[in-house]
Design a protein around this ligand. Structure first.
Ligand code: B1M
Length: 233
């Protein structure tokens, strides 16, 4: 029986390689993930397909086993680290547009929350679609969001939350924008696994984005509307 070390990634067919990547992500094997990402790219896969079919699909399996108590925080951290290795290779490829920025976005994970994989993915895809993105990282207070929105003269505020305990903080940020009379200056998009459309409406966001691709499409739609409103009649 061949053991793990005998597997030569470059000899696997695409489908087998993708499944192997899911396993390697699960096992937190960063170098193997990076090697496999490069192999798929060399075979002509688009960066977007590598991201969604190999990395995000693999992370979904990790998420299910974390939920079910089969994986624990240390293992999930390793998986996240391997995922980030793969994303690091894809980032410049997804961001290669060369076009003038479509709009400016400030994005960050809310206070109390350190999950950043999904938020990083959204930032990457937005850059890939031609947006200029300021990524505030994790654990952001209302003050940090507000400072960045003002300093960057942003069009869009993106907030991410992965915990049911941190998602209400999005409302704190939106309420503060309203109190300061600047709510309508920004398009507010929210996302993260525990959110939904109803929550987004209830807190006064402009839209809930199920995933990074939806975030890009939604941001484009809102920017087009903004430009149409600004155009002389
Ligand atoms: Co945590 N974690 N975690 N975790 N973690 C979840 C979220 C959880 C659902 C797991 C579970 O129990 N099933 C659960 C939350 C339960 C709940 O709130 N009801 C949970 C828990 C409990 C915790 C801790 C409390 C565990 C503990 O310490 N006992 C702790 C909390 C720490 C804290 O934040 N204060 C914790 C810690 C961690 C790690 C550090 C180990 C690690 C994070 C590493 C990192 O991010 N650097 C981790 C991970 C990896 C997960 C899971 C397994 C995977 C999250 C992920 O990266 N998904 C997660 C389980 C799950 O979500 N099923 C879980 C992949 C990513 C691509 O998807 O983030 O959903 P996602 O992003 C998507 C969309 O949601 C959307 O687009 C993205 C791309 O398509 N999106 C946006 C996200 N943000 C957006 C912003 C936008 C638009 C779209 O703005 C416009």
């Amino acid at each position: 029986m061949a053991d793990e070390e005998d597997i030569i990634l470059s000899e696997l067919e695409d489908e087998e390689l993708t499944l192997q990547m899911h396993d390697d992500l699960y096992d937190g094997l960063k170098e193997e993930i990076e090697e496999a990402v490069n192999i798929l790219l060399a075979r002509g896969w688009t960066p977007y397909d590598v991201l969604t079919k190999a990395l995000v699909a693999g992370m979904t399996i990790v998420g299910i086993d974390f939920r079910d108590g089969i994986l624990f925080v240390p293992e999930v951290l390793l998986a996240a680290n391997a995922m980030k290795g793969g994303m690091g290779i894809l980032k410049p490829l997804l961001a290669e547009t060369g076009a003038a920025p479509v709009g400016k976005m400030v994005i960050g994970t809310v206070k109390g929350d350190i999950h950043d994989i999904g938020k990083n993915l959204v930032a990457m895809m937005m850059e890939g679609a031609g947006f200029e993105v300021t990524d505030l990282g994790i654990n952001n207070s209302v003050e940090k969001y507000l400072d960045a929105l003002e300093n960057e003269k942003a069009d869009i505020l993106g907030m991410s939350a992965l915990l049911t305990t941190t998602m209400p903080y999005m409302k704190v940020v939106i309420d503060t924008l309203t109190e300061k009379n600047i709510r309508n200056d920004f398009i507010v998009l929210v996302g993260g696994a525990p959110l939904n459309e109803e929550f987004s409406k209830a807190i006064g966001a402009d839209a809930y984005c199920r995933d990074a691709a939806v975030a890009v499409e939604t941001a484009k739609e809102f920017m087009a509307r903004k430009h149409n409103q600004a155009a002389p009649q």
